[in-house]
Structures are given as C-alpha cells and as structure tokens.
Design a protein around this ligand. Structure first.
Ligand SMILES: [Zn+2]
Length: 288
C-alpha cells in the first residue's frame, strides 16, 4: 500500500464476556493496531464482479506460524512445541480462520441478524498451514522494541516471503492485539490470553481473520463505509467495544470492526480480498 496511516493505539476495555455461540466460548475483546489500507482502487460497481460464487475456484493461501519464545535457560513464556495442548490450540486457531472464511455468519445490523441467504457465506479463500516454527530469541520475543510495526521478526524469520503469509506470535507490553500490514501478520499476547482465559481459538481465529483482512486490502469497516455500502456500520460507529444484542442498534458483527462477534464478511469485502489476491503476491509482499 502506498499511503499508510497508522492508527493510534487506543485503550482496550478488557471486558470478560462469556457466551455460547457456534458452540464456542469466547472471552474478551481484542485490539487491532493495524494501519488502514488504501481505499479499493475500483469502485463498488466493478468490485461486485469479484464477489465469489458457490462454484468459483478456491484460492488457497499458504501460511506459516512463528512462535517467538524466550531464550534458554529462561522459560519459553509462549506456546511450547512440546505441549500437545498448545500445538492443538494453534491448529485450532487456523481451523477457525478457515471456518470463518468458508462459513461466515450473516450480518448483524440495526439490532437483528439479517437473513439474506442470497449472500455468500463462503469467501472461497482458504488457508494452508505449511508449518509452525518456534524461535528462542529474546529480541524477537518482544518484537525487538515492543512496537507494533517493528520488522525484526519478519526480517529474520519470515520464510518464503513471496509465497507464504508469515504470522508471528510475540509478547509485548500491551493488550491482546494484532497488526496486519500488507506483508505479514503480527499477533501479540495470545499466550497471556490463553493462560488467563483458556484456549479461545474462536476469538483468536477471528482476530487473525481481521488482520488477514488487512493484508488482503480491507479497511476497518467503519472507515470504508462509503466504499462498501453493504456494511451496516457507519463512520461514527467505530464500535471499539460493542456487543450484538436486541438493543445494540449501533453494533456490528463485521470481521473488520471492533466488535464482540467479528464473524461476518460482507460480499464486497470478499470481493476486495479476491481482487487483492489476483495481484501476484511476490509483488505485493516485496516491501523491503
Ligand atoms: Zn484492524
């Protein structure tokens, strides 16, 4: 992306919610500190041509997870390759990412779910986990300077950068959060969240989906309201913490919002991601 505007990190309201949804328990709200991508270079009329159909070919994106651990002899303080529960959780997060992109929820808008069966719930985008890498590196553990945009992990540990979307799990002095520039994804403090709330693969998978959405060219849903008119959210409803319910008329469940339920992907958002993926990834990810 040529013009990059960094969104300031706002204070997270760490509110514990427990709710059964899609058979999963999710815990808390997550913060995204990603830059807002440029608006789509196509208008909605032409973008509509990229809305996926049920029989359209699936685009599979190869991904790699990198777990940044403390150096020996200190404890790893992050997910451990020798702990089967940790490894299962990491795989579950990726499974949730795939279920979000293959069977997303319907849209929550103006206090109710909209029953629009003609809209696709399958983005026709899938993710193939090529490997989980574990790195004992104190600098990488903290993402070097602890900032969201530091490229230490990406520069030193990213694999096959022109073919694989590299995802890094670090621990920094901030909240559970993510960052999604065009080249890679950073996820912060998932291990802390895991220890405190348990294996919330559903919420963490949605957070990962949000960041992947940024990588694939999506703005936050309130920013791009004018570009994606099928979104419920308007620019005044940035919804840093909103929780869909009967009285939540200003709330959304859009994947690109800050909502309790980020499990809806609009048709035009799907289209925008397909449009981005048509661009050769090695050109798009060449940000050095
Ligand atoms: Zn974001």
């Amino acid at each position: 992306m040529s013009t990059q505007k960094f969104k300031s990190v706002t204070t997270l309201l760490t509110i514990l919610l427990l709710m059964t949804y899609h058979g999963a328990i999710f815990g808390q709200q997550y913060q995204c500190s990603s830059l807002d991508a440029d608006p789509p270079p196509v208008n909605c009329g032409s973008l509509a041509h990229y809305v996926p159909g049920e029989t359209d070919p699936i685009k599979t994106v190869r991904i790699a997870l990198h777990v940044m651990q403390r150096e020996s002899p200190a404890a790893k303080d992050n997910f451990d390759e020798n702990n089967p529960a940790h490894v299962a959780y990491l795989n579950d997060v990726i499974n949730r990412l795939n279920s979000l992109f293959s069977d997303c929820n319907v849209q929550w808008c103006n206090g109710a779910y909209l029953q629009t069966p003609q809209e696709p719930d399958d983005s026709r985008i899938r993710f193939d986990l090529t490997g989980i890498y574990y790195h004992r590196d104190d600098a990488g553990y903290n993402n070097e300077d602890g900032s969201y945009g530091n490229l230490y992990c990406y520069d030193n540990y990213g694999v096959c950068k022109d073919e694989i979307l590299n995802i890094f799990l670090c621990q920094i002095a901030d909240v559970t959060s993510g960052y999604g520039p065009s080249s890679h994804v950073m996820l912060f403090n998932l291990y802390d969240d895991y220890q405190q709330y348990g294996p919330n693969w559903w919420g963490h998978g949605n957070l990962l989906g949000h960041e992947v959405g940024h990588v694939f060219g999506l703005n936050h849903s309130w920013v791009s309201y004018q570009s994606y008119p099928d979104m419920c959210q308007n620019p005044q409803q940035n919804g840093n913490w909103c929780y869909p319910g009967p009285n939540a008329t200003n709330c959304t469940n859009n994947m690109m919002a800050y909502s309790a339920l980020n499990d809806f992907i609009s048709p035009l958002q799907m289209a925008r991601m397909h449009y981005t993926l048509i661009i050769p990834i090695k050109l798009r990810l060449n940000v050095a």
